[in-house]
Design a protein around this ligand. Structure first.
Ligand SMILES: [Zn+2]
Length: 449
């Protein structure tokens, strides 16, 4: 049985600070497979705040300027009392994103992220590093936790995911999509190299009598060869020009999903473009997916479109078990500083959320964007997975089935997916990762849907 830990507060710590710190403490405990209980039954009791030599240092959580000290970023300023719990809270609540401005597509602007606010590399899992530092604080106070806290976790579990933004359901769909990819490359991105590489790749495929665009079959075949099962997110509502080209009740769509499910892949919900702004919309979309016979346990928002924490309540109403929408489409990295499925903190209710967030740490189009800026996508992708592996992490990567044929984004980024599959990491579906995490997080005292 795992050791039980408890947290109590010095009476001078204001009431409104209990929930955030308690949440950070439980995130630490769950990440270490420690159960959280009350002080009377615990193997180790921590006291937050106060002057006692055995107390955890408590910053006031208000003052201070972001700074770098001891190799870690400090959102509340480090000062002399190194309060790792309040820093973990800042990350898992993404405090800097609360009420932040949105970009032209209605998403919270990346410039408001914790990493950007602190001026640190987003490809380092900073919350995980604060948790590691807290291990040392905890061990100094409770050496009996050593066997658990010193157990080295390493290696990364990768969750392959594919958002179904396009499916060829009518004759001519593939040609229209290809023309659109070329138009985006030429007019929106003004990238003549990309236009040339898309044209070249499509011509080669046609000459070899293969469809001009890769697709679900191509990815399924790759994953079959590597014995990997993944998560496929499908759009069930067509309400906005940016939603998918297909209708969910189209027979081609249904048979594609059935073929995926028959091979053990997970079918998740790709929340439609405007869903996050309409209360109850995600619940209705989830009901549609489930009525078609699919599990629908997780959600990723199309275009990663959401306004942050309010999404958690919509997900709870939709009885989703997890979300995986907090990543970026133009950069890689750990948006919440976490490299494993975790329970985020809802800044709109000042309470923990009741659904898991599965960190989306990289996607094909972001790597393509970075390749344009001179970054080697293969090296960068490997570095992100290495960082996750340092913490024994479990992270999600997104490759659209439409990119593996080099007919949408920078040459080589789509096919990089197969190189990741061949690295020898452990690959499971997102739902499997959340199912594995659930008992541990329940034991840490989280109330989960
Ligand atoms: Zn999408």
């Amino acid at each position: 049985m795992s050791p039980r830990v408890a947290l109590r507060f010095d009476e001078r710590v204001p009431r409104d600070r209990h929930a955030p710190i308690d949440h950070a403490f439980r995130v630490w405990a769950a990440s270490r497979h420690l159960a959280v209980t009350d002080a009377a039954r615990a193997d180790a009791v921590f006291t937050y705040g106060g002057d006692d030599a055995g107390a955890l240092p408590a910053s006031d959580g208000v003052t201070g300027r972001p700074t770098m000290q001891h190799g870690l970023p400090w959102y509340f300023g480090a000062g002399t009392r190194l309060d790792h719990l309040v820093e973990v809270h800042a990350w898992v609540a993404a405090l800097s994103e609360h009420d932040a401005p949105v970009d032209p597509s209605g998403r919270i602007d990346r410039s408001s992220s914790m990493a950007a606010t602190l001026g640190v590399d987003p490809c380092v899992a900073w919350a995980e590093r604060h948790l590691d530092a807290f291990d040392r604080v905890a061990l100094a106070l409770h050496p009996q936790l050593d066997p658990v806290l010193s157990r080295k976790r390493s290696g990364v579990t990768v969750l392959g995911t594919h958002d179904l933004d396009f499916l060829p359901v009518k004759p001519g769909d593939t040609g229209v999509r290809l023309a659109r990819n070329l138009a985006v490359a030429a007019l929106t991105m003004r990238d003549p190299r990309l236009v040339a590489s898309i044209t070249g790749a499509a011509s080669t495929r046609l000459l070899r009598r293969r469809p001009a665009l890769g697709g679900v079959d191509a990815v399924m075949e790759l994953e079959r060869r590597h014995e990997v099962r993944s998560t496929w997110n499908v759009l069930v509502a067509q309400l906005h020009a940016r939603d998918a080209n297909y209708a969910f009740d189209d027979s081609t769509v249904r048979s594609t999903l059935d073929a995926l499910a028959a091979r053990g892949h997970e079918i998740g919900l790709h929340g439609s473009y405007t869903s996050a702004g309409r209360p109850g919309a995600l619940a209705r979309e989830m009901a549609t997916l489930r009525a078609a016979g699919h599990d629908g346990r997780g959600v990723r928002q199309h275009w990663l479109r959401h306004a942050g924490a309010p999404l958690y309540q919509e997900l709870s109403t939709a009885r989703a078990r997890y979300d995986s929408s907090f990543g970026w489409s133009d950069a890689c990295g750990f948006r919440h500083g976490m490299a494993r499925p975790f329970i985020p903190f809802d800044t709109t209710t000042n309470q923990p959320a009741s659904v898991f967030e599965v960190p989306l740490v990289m996607m094909d189009v972001a790597l393509s964007d970075m390749a344009r800026r001179g970054v080697d996508p293969a090296v960068h992708a490997a570095a992100v997975l290495e960082e996750a592996g340092r913490h024994g992490g479990t992270v999600s990567v997104l490759w659209h089935d439409t990119t593996v044929s080099d007919t949408q984004i920078r040459r080589g980024v789509g096919p990089l997916y197969e190189r990741l599959l061949a690295r020898g990491d452990r690959w499971i579906t997102s739902a499997e990762a959340v199912d594995a995490a659930r008992p541990v997080w329940l034991a840490a005292g989280f109330a989960l849907d």
